[in-house]
Design a protein around this ligand. Structure first.
Ligand code: UDP
Length: 325
């Protein structure tokens, strides 16, 4: 297949490009390097099936090859990044999604939208299955991402219904692994880089909020399955293994052997209290479920961060998303 991957130089995008090439597909990677890094795909540049084109998908797209599938991953995706780039986040979720949908329709290609667990907001229902419509604050600091992705889902379904587009939506829950940026502000990258530097881990609030963490290799298998099917979804992709942020911090301290301890900071505004995917639909529809236990995935992630020189890029001490207390 010839697959266009928007956001192909990002954390998930680069792993997807690699997995597609490994199975013999050709990849056209698009990125504007706002949160993606060229270094993430440097090792792929010599592969004959790989092309990387600097592009802003909110502008007119120039893809001059035949296309069998389009996977739209481009977006700032960490709370820190989308707070820094609110207008760009809304633009890539709206105009960017429409440009890529048009591209897919023009080529009669499969279109896969990377949506997010953030469409559920701070969920009033737990755990979250795909029939839950969510609980999003439309004017809060996270809304630029949440509403952009909700709009992207609506647009995707409108193209499916009105244009006969072959579309699929996946809702990606917290994912971690090699190639996360040490300064992306996310919990795993922040905790691991702090622990490796012997610093205290910055736990927001009292750390009782929960997340369910999926290792990147598992997530990529789910994305590939979504490329290969013609099912519309939405499908939750995530690991239902749920733990509190404090438990996660203690696990990272143990795995790194750090004695840096914990430092409690105020909770960001609208930080979801609980999050866990129901993945029955993905199990049945895609034959997909995660395989990598959190401790094993974290060990691999710690090893990768330890091997990087950029762990000295410190995450900020204060989230720009704002504080509720
Ligand atoms: N978090 C934390 N310390 C940090 C970064 C994040 O306690 O240094 C918490 C954050 O408040 C949230 C959870 O970890 O409850 C996950 O945050 P992340 O930014 O990774 O993603 P989110 O799931 O909120 O989009």
């Amino acid at each position: 297949m010839r697959v266009v991957v928007s956001g192909g130089c990002g954390f998930l995008g680069s792993h997807l490009c690699e997995a597609l090439l490994r199975r013999g597909d050709q990849v056209c990677c698009l990125d504007n390097f706002s949160s993606g890094r060229a270094s993430n795909v440097a090792h792929l540049l010599s592969e004959p099936g790989f092309v990387c084109t600097p592009s802003d998908v909110t502008q007119q797209l120039r893809v001059n090859v035949d296309v069998d599938a389009v996977v739209h991953l481009a977006s700032p995706a960490s709370p820190l990044d989308y707070a820094r780039h609110p207008l760009e986040t809304l633009a890539v979720g709206s105009r960017g999604t429409e440009n890529l949908l048009r591209l897919a329709v023009r080529h009669q290609a499969r279109f896969v939208l990377a949506s997010t667990s953030e469409v559920y907001g701070d969920p009033a229902v737990h755990p979250q299955d795909e029939d839950y419509w969510g609980h999003v604050n439309p004017v809060g600091p996270r809304s630029v991402y949440d509403e952009a992705k909700r709009f992207a889902e609506a647009l995707t379904m409108a193209y499916r219904r009105s244009q006969g587009a072959d579309t699929g939506i996946v809702r990606i829950f917290n994912t971690y692994g090699p190639r996360m940026r040490a300064d992306d502000g996310r919990v795993v990258s922040t905790f691991v880089s702090q622990a490796l530097d012997g610093e205290a881990l910055t736990v927001f609030g009292d750390g009782s909020q929960t997340r369910s963490l999926c290792y990147v290799d598992d997530l990529i298998r789910g994305l590939l399955a979504m490329v290969d099917t013609d099912l519309p979804g939405p499908f939750n992709l995530g690991n239902p293994s749920e733990r509190t942020v404090r438990e996660l911090a203690e696990l990272v301290l143990r795995l790194t052997g750090s004695d840096g301890g914990l430092r409690f900071l105020p909770l960001p505004v609208d930080d979801p209290v609980r999050r866990r995917p129901v993945i029955t639909r993905a199990r049945e529809g895609l034959g997909w479920s995660p395989r990598v236990p959190v401790e094993a995935g974290l060990r691999r992630t710690v090893a990768w961060f330890a091997a990087q020189s950029d762990t000295s890029v410190r995450p900020p001490a204060h989230s720009p998303v704002g504080r509720s207390s």
